[in-house]
Design a protein around this ligand. Structure first.
Ligand code: ADP
Ligand code: MG
Length: 611
C-alpha cells in the first residue's frame, strides 16, 4: 500500500483479479498440467497427450480428442467464471465433472502465454485464440483435428515475483509426474502419455477392460503381484482398488493414490483411516502403498473446498472413516499369520498395540545396565556366517543337543557371564529372551540387528570403503522417472554407501552390486527404498555425502532381520555378543531401546512374592 491517504474502495481490473486467482489455481507448472488434463477428461477425451519442457515453465501442452470448443466460445473459455459444467446451486451440490469453477483457463492465461486450439467434430476447421498475460487475441481459423490443444508457454515470464517461486526443473518434473500418475491411475479408461523435454517417459493405452494393466504401466508389475485386491460396499459407499502388502511398504508415502469418485484427493480423514488399518501390520516408519477409489454419492461430499480441488469435505466423515478402516482392515487380515502357520509363513508382525497397559514395572532399560560398552568393533552377527560360535565359550549354545547340562550357570559369582547373558528362546520370532545375572533380558531382534548392522557399515566406511558383493545378474527395477533421475544423479554417492546402480532407461534402473553385509536381504526393496528417498532430494549430489550416516541407518534398518524370522539359539547368542561390543547398542538408530532388563526383583514384585 502506498503511503498515501487514498483509501478509496474500488473494483480491481479483471486482469489483476485473474492474476490473483492464479496464485491459488496455478501455483506451479504441475497445477497447470492438472487443470488441463481435467478439462480434457471433462471433454470425454479418450486420448490425452502431455508435453512439457524445462519442468513446465517453458512449455506445457495438453492435447486431447475430446468434444472441442466451438469457435464462438473460445474467448468465453478464457473468461473468468465461464464454465459449461454447472449452471445452478443444485449443480454445485452434486458435482460429477472434474472442473466447475470456470477459473483455470483465465488464470493460466493471466500469467503466461496461452494458445487454445480447438475443433468440434461438426466444424469444417479448427479455430484458435491466443492470450498473452491476460490480453486476448482475435479468434482465427487454424488447422487441427477434432479435439482441443492448449499450449502454455513462458509461465510467470512477466511476473518475477511468482517466477522466483518456481523450484528446480527436477522438482517441477517430479511434481508433474506425480500428477500424471495419479490421474492415469484414477482414469484407466483414458489413454495417456507424457513427453518430457522431447522424451516420452510415460505412456499407457486405454485400459478400460483391464484396469490392472494401467496399474502395471504406472507402478510396475511388482506392485500388483504384492497387492491385495480390495472391493467393499456398504450403505451407499463403495471402495475399489489395490493395497500393497506390508512387504512392499515404502520409506516415503509416495505410493498412495486415493480418489473420491475418481478424483485424486488428499484428505486427513482418509489418511487417518488408512494409517489405522495398517497400524498393526506395518513396521514403525514404513508407509503403506495403495491405489484406491471411494465411490460416494456426490451430494455427500464437497469438492469445492479449495481452488485446487484436491481437498474434500465429507458430510459424514465418521461413517466414511469407519467404512475405510473396516474394509482395509478386513482385506489386510488375510496377510496375518493364522494358527498353525509357521513363523516364516508371513513377514508381518502381530498386533503392535497389544502391550498390556500395566507396563509399569521398574524395568531398567538398556542404558542403566550395560553402560556404554565401547568395545571396538569385532565382528558382525550374521545368521549364515561361520562366527566363532563354537570355539568361544561365550558363544556356547546352552541348549545344544547332546550337552544340555553344560551351559554356564547364571550365578553372580560366575565372571564369564556376559552382560546380556545367554539366549533362551525367540518369542514369536520378535523378541529374544535371555538369562543374565540379574534375571531376564528381553531384546527386540530387529532393533538390535539394525544397530549392529549400522555400526558395522559405518566402521567399514571409516576404514576405507564398504565391501560390496556384485550381483551375478543385475537386478532390473521398474521405477518412476524421478527415481531413475535420482539413480543417475546420485550413482557415485550411492556407491560410497555400498550400492551400485545405473539408469538403464527412462523409467528403469538396474542394480549391480550391494554391500556384502546387506546382500542376504531383499536387494530390490532396499534399492527401491533408497531411490524413493533420493528422488525426494533437491540437493546437489554432495548432499548424500553429508547425509551418509542417516542413509546408512536407513539401509541398515531395511536390511535388519524382520520379525518372524525365527533365529536359532546360536544366532541369538551371536547377536547378543555383537550387541555387547557395538557402540550405541542400547538404542536402535531410530532411538528406540533395543533391550530391557527384567530383574529377579522385578519378577518377584510381579508375583507379589515376599510380601
Ligand atoms: P472449468 O473446467 O471449471 O469449467 P476452465 O477454465 O478449466 O473451467 O474451462 C472453461 C471452459 O472451457 C470449460 O467449462 C469447457 O467448456 C471449456 N474447455 C476447457 N478445456 C476444454 C477441453 N480440453 N475440451 C473441451 N472444452 C474445454
Ligand atoms: Mg477446468
Amino acid at each position: 500500500m502506498p503511503a498515501s491517504a487514498d483509501v478509496t474502495i474500488r473494483l480491481l481490473p479483471d486482469s489483476l483479479v485473474n492474476q490473483i486467482a492464479a496464485g491459488e489455481v496455478v501455483s506451479r507448472p504441475a497445477a497447470i498440467v492438472k487443470e488441463l488434463i481435467e478439462n480434457s477428461l471433462d471433454a470425454n477425451a479418450t486420448q490425452i497427450e502431455v508435453h512439457t519442457e524445462n519442468g513446465g515453465s517453458a512449455l506445457v501442452r495438453v492435447a486431447d480428442d475430446g468434444c472441442g470448443i466451438p469457435a464462438g466460445e473460445l474467448a468465453l473459455a478464457l473468461t473468468r467464471h465461464a464454465t459449461s459444467k454447472i449452471g445452478s446451486l443444485d449443480d454445485l451440490d452434486c458435482i460429477s465433472s472434474m472442473g466447475f469453477r470456470g477459473e483455470a483457463l483465465p488464470s493460466i492465461a493471466a500469467v503466461a502465454r496461452l494458445q487454445l486450439l480447438s475443433k468440434v467434430e461438426m466444424a469444417g476447421f479448427a479455430s484458435m485464440i491466443k492470450a498473452d498475460h491476460g490480453e486476448l487475441s482475435d479468434v482465427s481459423p487454424a488447422t487441427g483435428s477434432a479435439g482441443t490443444t492448449v499450449e502454455v508457454r513462458d509461465l510467470f515470464h512477466r511476473i518475477p515475483a511468482r517466477r522466483k517461486f518456481l523450484r528446480s526443473e527436477r522438482t517441477e518434473n517430479a511434481q508433474i509426474e506425480e500428477i500424471v500418475r495419479s490421474i492415469a491411475l484414477a482414469r484407466p479408461e483414458v489413454g495417456i502419455s507424457w513427453t518430457r523435454d522431447g522424451q516420452c517417459v510415460l505412456q499407457s493405452r486405454s485400459a478400460e477392460t483391464n484396469p490392472e494393466q494401467r496399474i502395471i504401466d504406472i507402478l510396475g508389475s511388482g506392485f500388483v503381484d504384492s497387492s491385495l485386491r480390495v472391493r467393499a460396499a456398504a450403505a451407499g459407499l463403495g471402495l475399489d482398488g489395490w493395497v500393497g502388502t506390508p512387504s512392499i511398504a515404502r520409506a516415503q508415502p509416495d505410493r498412495q493414490f486415493f480418489c473420491v469418485n475418481r478424483r485424486p484427493v488428499r484428505d486427513r480423514v482418509v489418511a487417518h483411516a488408512v494409517r489405522q488399518a495398517f497400524s498393526d501390520v506395518l513396521f514403525h516408519g514404513r508407509h503403506p502403498t495403495f491405489v484406491l477409489n471411494l465411490e460416494i454419492d456426490p451430494r455427500e461430499v464437497d469438492v469445492n473446498v479449495h481452488p485446487g480441488k484436491t481437498e474434500v469435505r465429507f458430510r459424514q466423515s465418521r461413517a466414511v472413516h469407519d467404512f475405510l478402516y473396516r474394509s482395509l482392515h478386513a482385506a489386510l487380515a488375510g496377510t496375518r499369520p493364522r494358527a498353525g502357520d509357521g513363523p516364516d509363513a508371513d513377514p508381518t508382525p502381530p498386533a503392535a498395540n497389544s502391550r498390556p497397559e500395566s507396563w509399569h514395572l521398574g524395568f531398567r532399560t538398556a542404558s542403566s545396565a550395560i553402560g556404554e560398552a565401547s568395545v571396538p568393533w569385532g565382528g558382525l552377527y550374521s545368521p549364515t556366517s561361520a562366527d566363532p560360535v563354537d570355539s568361544d565359550p561365550a558363544y556356547a549354545d546352552p541348549f545344544r543337543p547332546g550337552q544340555p547340562h553344560d551351559r554356564p550357570r547364571p550365578a553372580a559369582s560366575q565372571p564369564e557371564m556376559p552382560p546380556l547373558g545367554f539366549a533362551l528362546a525367540h518369542l514369536h520370532g520378535i523378541y529374544i529372551l535371555a538369562e543374565n545375572m540379574h534375571g531376564l533380558v528381553l531384546v527386540d531382534t530387529h532393533a538390535a540387528h539394525e544397530r549392529v548392522t549400522f555400526e558395522a557399515l559405518k566402521a567399514q566406511r571409516d576404514a576405507g570403503s564398504i565391501p560390496v558383493q556384485r550381483l551375478l545378474v543385475p537386478l532390473r527395477l521398474a521405477v518412476s522417472a524421478a527415481e531413475a533421475d535420482a539413480a543417475e544423479r546420485f550413482s557415485d554417492a550411492a556407491h560410497s554407501i555400498g550400492l551400485e546402480f545405473a539408469r538403464t532407461g527412462p523409467v528403469e534402473v538396474s542394480v549391480h552390486a550391494i554391500s556384502s553385509l546387506l546382500a542376504s536381504g531383499n536387494v530390490g526393496q532396499l534399492a527401491r527404498d533408497l531411490l524413493g528417498e533420493l528422488a525426494q532430494e533437491q540437493g546437489d549430489p554432495h548432499w548424500l555425502t553429508r547425509r551418509q550416516d542417516a542413509l546408512l541407518a536407513n539401509v541398515a534398518c531395511r536390511a535388519a532381520v524382520r520379525a518372524h524370522r525365527q533365529l536359532t539359539i546360536a544366532e541369538m547368542n551371536a547377536l547378543l555378543r555383537d550387541m555387547e561390543r557395538t557402540d550405541r547398542a542400547n538404542q536402535c538408530s531410530h532411538g528406540r531401546p533395543t533391550w530391557v532388563q527384567l530383574g529377579i526383583d522385578d519378577l518377584d514384585r510381579l508375583f507379589l512374592r515376599g510380601r
